[in-house]
Ligand binder design. Structure first.
Ligand code: CP
Ligand code: NVA
Length: 314
């Protein structure tokens, strides 16, 4: 171990939502990610990460795999189609068995309650690698990207446009915790869940930031330091994709909308993107787009998360 003076309180814990973190723990994670990215620290441990993914993934799967390899560990693919999970073995049984083989488990699934059941029965740290409700690992990388671009988080304003989905929910919590003002602009029927808005608003009040939920995309982006969007139909909602397009069209991140934000604003997208729907090709490839840095930061942020939860940062 080569991480001097870096204390973490995260060892042995789960990350099911960003609301699990204290603001200081989030700051420590981001600083650890920066140190790891700069090669200042090289924790090493032979640990095994399991990836139990019930939905498709490129970034999360590959960045977690690369991160554990770079920490000296290995990854096991527990895709339900190649394990008994897909044949209906109960979560309570699977979680206890996997805890006897693995050191840490990242789960991508549908219901947050299933993730919570895994965490309840597992003796090892469980990470939310995306559920229908939250996507905390994505937001760790997003905050790292904002920190790198602006050299600060406090007082920035991020505007998310589109569906009030898992990414929007975690952005609200993460931004609130980090002191970033967050505006969510969605069609009326696609607002974020009131319980999440309430939680984020409560966190924001403690960290001198603001959470707003708006309907007007053009008003929302005024003064924004970052515009952020995601697909209009998430995994599991494919049958609604076509009917959503006209409703969401006013929320497209295009050249006109971007011109209404701060002139130094950056554009973020968790990816995968549907060019021509939630974001135009021109904006995605434009000078203000930081989506590739953002995607790279999945690796650094999750390496910091793995190191912290595995106790390598103690
Ligand atoms: N952003 C993200 O989570 O991408 P993947 O679905 O490819 O993992
Ligand atoms: N909201 C998207 C995010 C994908 C990374 C989904 O859940 O499909």
């Amino acid at each position: 171990m080569d991480i001097q003076g870096k204390q973490t309180t995260l060892a042995g814990r789960d990350l099911l939502t960003l609301a699990d973190l204290q603001a200081s723990e989030l700051q420590d994670l981001l600083q650890l990610a920066i140190d790891l990215k700069q090669g200042k620290l090289k924790p090493q441990a032979q640990k095994t990460l399991g990836l139990l993914f019930s939905k498709a993934s490129t970034r999360t799967r590959v960045s977690f795999s690369a991160a554990i390899f770079q920490l000296g560990g290995q990854v096991l693919d527990l895709n339900p189609s190649v394990t008994q999970v897909g044949r209906g073995e109960p979560i309570a049984d699977t979680a206890r068995v996997l805890s006897r083989y693995l050191d840490i488990l990242a789960i991508r699934t549908f219901a947050q309650s299933d993730l919570e059941t895994y965490a309840h029965y597992a003796d090892i740290p469980v990470i939310n690698a995306l559920t229908d409700l939250y996507h905390p690992c994505q937001i760790l990388a997003d905050l790292l990207t904002l920190q790198e671009q602006f050299n600060t988080l406090k007082g920035l304003t991020l505007v998310y446009l589109g569906d009030g989905n898992n990414v929007a929910h975690s952005l609200m919590l993460g931004c609130a915790l980090a002191g970033v003002n967050v505006r969510i602009a969605t069609p009326d029927d696609y607002r974020p869940l009131p319980a999440v808005v309430e939680k984020a608003t409560h966190l924001a009040a403690q960290h001198q930031s603001q959470v707003e939920v708006l309907a007007d995309p053009q008003a929302a982006v005024v003064g924004a330091n970052a515009l952020y969007t995601d697909v209009w139909a998430s995994m599991g909602q494919e049958s609604e994709a076509d009917s959503r397009i006209p409703l969401f069209q006013p929320y497209q991140v295009n050249e006109d909308l971007l011109s209404r934000a701060d002139s130094q604003a950056i554009v973020l997208h968790c990816l995968p993107a549907h060019r021509g729907e939630e974001i135009t090709d021109g904006v995605m490839e434009g000078a203000q787009s930081k989506v590739w840095d953002q995607a790279e930061n999945r690796l650094h942020a999750q390496k910091a998360l793995l190191a912290s939860l595995l106790g390598l940062a103690d």
